[in-house]
Write a protein that binds this ligand. Structure first.
Ligand code: GFB
Length: 319
């Protein structure tokens, strides 16, 4: 049975914070099929790390609802190299927006976190209840701590002020608009770029980081956006909600899949001097499945589409 709509978006003014990012732009695309008004503010117009600017924007824009997709994000190396940036920027962005949303009487807010909030040794698939039950994966604990603080902010404003602020925890995301910089990107765009460049150069191999044995779960950004809109309309509770595909594969298996999509037939070589990160982080998809939401885009189709986007628009990032 479909979940009941408790917060219809029709006629609402919805601020998508972070609308130029991969998830934010997918949310804007998804909102085009809802009868609502989408509000956005570019970086040149509004620095989300500055409280006064965020409060002034909120005061003037007066959104009914907020989707908080703005964040400093990056792959394993970026997280490990810039811990201060990942902790500080994410704390500031979420604290400023959540507090300003409360002050401006925003009716509903969705905070977006990440699957790295869970302990490194969490039981798999990871249920929502595993939060704060053990130590974090060291390569991304700074980002994870910021995202845990975001969940707690949403919960605290719900508890103290009765605000309808909720949180969603997406798994590793990919899709159109991804970052293809090899030093700061996540694994999937990095593999697309490596396989593409190797194919073009006629190289006989690509090199991947780590041992290739860690397992990861992936979700297309458009599926994630669909889940966000679903939760905005149907969910109102204290606990955050996992948003994943429910399927995992090893980094080596993923590399093979990407090479197949790209049409690169050479070898895949591992560089074990690079970090693996957490060995496994498959989230339990039960909570969202029970609400009758599931993803639509298969990994193969999603990677094919992401490669198409890379060929059309992403190669401009390489210059
Ligand atoms: O996607 P990724 O950077 O982040 O790496 P995490 C996933 C796995 O892919 C790791 C391996 O085991 C990497 O060693 N890998 C192999 C590569 N080749 C490459 C490559 O060329 N580039 C990259 N980047 N990885 C991030 C967190 O963790 O996940 C963030 O750091 C966030 O905080 C994000 O939570 C979703 O999955 O390890």
């Amino acid at each position: 049975m479909p979940s009941e709509v408790i917060y219809p978006l029709k006629g609402k003014r919805i601020w998508v914070a972070g609308h130029r990012g991969m998830v934010g732009s997918a949310v804007v695309r998804r909102l085009a099929s809802e009868d609502c008004e989408v509000l956005t503010a570019g970086r040149d117009q509004l620095d989300l790390r500055r409280q006064a600017e965020v409060e002034a924007w909120m005061d003037q824009a007066r959104p009914n609802a907020v989707i908080l997709a703005a964040a400093k994000v990056g792959g394993i190396l970026a997280n490990d190299t810039y811990p201060a940036d990942f902790l500080y920027e994410n704390l500031m962005i979420e604290a400023n927006i959540i507090h300003a949303a409360h002050q401006a009487d925003v009716e509903k807010l969705l905070f977006l976190g990440s699957s790295c909030i869970y302990p490194k040794e969490a039981p798999q698939p990871i249920p929502e209840s595993a939060l704060l039950t053990g130590p974090l994966e060291p390569t991304n604990e700074w980002y994870a701590i910021a995202k845990i603080a975001g969940i707690k902010l949403a919960q605290a404003y719900r508890r103290q002020h009765g605000r309808d602020f909720i949180s969603a925890m997406p798994t590793n995301l990919y899709g159109p608009g991804d970052n293809f910089d090899l030093n700061t990107s996540h694994v999937l765009p990095a593999l697309i770029r490596k396989a593409h460049e190797a194919k073009m150069a006629g190289a006989d191999h690509i090199t991947i980081w780590g041992t290739g044995t860690p397992r990861r779960e992936f979700l297309n950004a458009d599926d994630c956006a669909d889940a966000c809109i679903f939760l905005m309309k149907t969910y109102s509770d204290f606990e955050h909600v996992n948003v994943g595909s429910g399927e995992e594969l090893t980094i080596l298996e993923l590399s093979q899949l990407v090479c197949d999509v790209v049409g690169f037939k050479g070898k895949i070589i591992i560089d074990a001097s690079k970090p693996d990160g957490t060995p496994r982080k498959l989230m339990s998809a039960n909570k969202l499945r029970r609400m009758n939401w599931s993803p639509r885009i298969s990994l193969y189709d999603g990677v094919t589409d992401a490669y198409r986007w890379f060929l059309k628009s992403g190669t401009s990032q390489l210059r």
